[in-house]
Ligand binder design. Structure first.
Ligand SMILES: N[C@@H](CCC(=O)N[C@@H](CS)C(=O)NCC(=O)O)C(=O)O
Length: 236
């Protein structure tokens, strides 16, 4: 379907929620790569699109949309008229979809993001921070596991934007944080199945940063080794 959508993004867990949704809906869109390592996202022109200075954001004609969750809801509302990846408002599944989307936006994303920060990127080593956020991430994976034991997908028997949002973070848990997904068998199966979808494979590499999965695994392993070599700086 043709559209006037421009995606401003980088292929990070939050960024790919938008690109996978666009791909799943078969929408044509322009991509403006925002390499967050170079801080373009803090420039004035970009703050007019996302005042929060983060990716992803989209414009659709003169409409700006920021925050990955609201981008997904916007795209589903406006373009998913066939209900390919969303449930219709007014249904109980629609409320489930909203609940699991918000679970990701308010829980899994921020907590796993902090786990990544303390485990990989902080310029000081805090074993307290590492444990606190990895434990919380695993607790949230257990919540997903319980749900997926009873339901094929998070909102019901259909794959929706709620699955896309949570999948985008779960996919990097093993590689970045050494979380063993076999401890969460239903989550593992769900994640592997979602990972096979063509739209997911395309969206997960949009924009193309030139880095492969193997490059990321190496990058994360090096970052962990560097952190492990430091002395813990927690004060008692
Ligand atoms: N709640 C926001 C979070 C966005 C976010 O944290 N994006 C990260 C990439 S995953 C980012 O832009 N980081 C660069 C920065 O903080 O300057 C959303 O879901 O859109």
């Amino acid at each position: 379907m043709s559209s006037d959508i421009t995606l401003y993004s980088w292929s990070t867990p939050n960024g790919i929620k938008a690109s996978i949704t666009l791909e799943e809906l078969g929408l044509s869109y322009k991509t403006v790569p925002i390499n967050i390592g170079t801080n373009i996202q803090k420039e004035d022109w970009f703050l007019k699109i996302n005042p929060n200075g983060r990716i992803p954001a989209i414009t659709d004609g003169s409409q700006r949309v920021f925050e990955s969750g609201s981008i997904m809801l916007y795209l589903a509302d406006k373009y998913d008229t066939d209900r390919k990846i969303s449930y219709a408002p007014g249904t109980s599944e629609h409320i489930e979809q909203l609940s699991w989307l918000m679970f990701q936006m308010g829980g899994l994303g921020p907590m796993q993001g902090q786990a990544n920060h303390f485990r990989l990127y902080a310029n000081t080593r805090s074993d307290y921070g590492i444990k606190r956020y990895i434990d919380e991430t695993k607790r949230l994976y257990e919540v997903l596991e319980s749900r997926l034991k009873e339901s094929a997908y998070l909102a019901g028997d259909k794959y929706t934007i709620a699955d896309i949002a949570n999948y985008s973070w779960v996919r990097v848990g093993p590689g970045a944080l050494e979380i063993d997904l076999s401890e969460f068998p239903s989550l593992k199966k769900w994640s592997e199945e979602i990972g096979k979808r063509a739209a997911v494979q395309k969206g997960a590499h949009t924009p193309d940063t030139g880095k492969s999965e193997a490059d990321f695994l190496e990058l994360w392993a090096n970052a962990r080794a560097k952190m492990d070599a430091r002395t813990n700086t927690d004060k008692n």
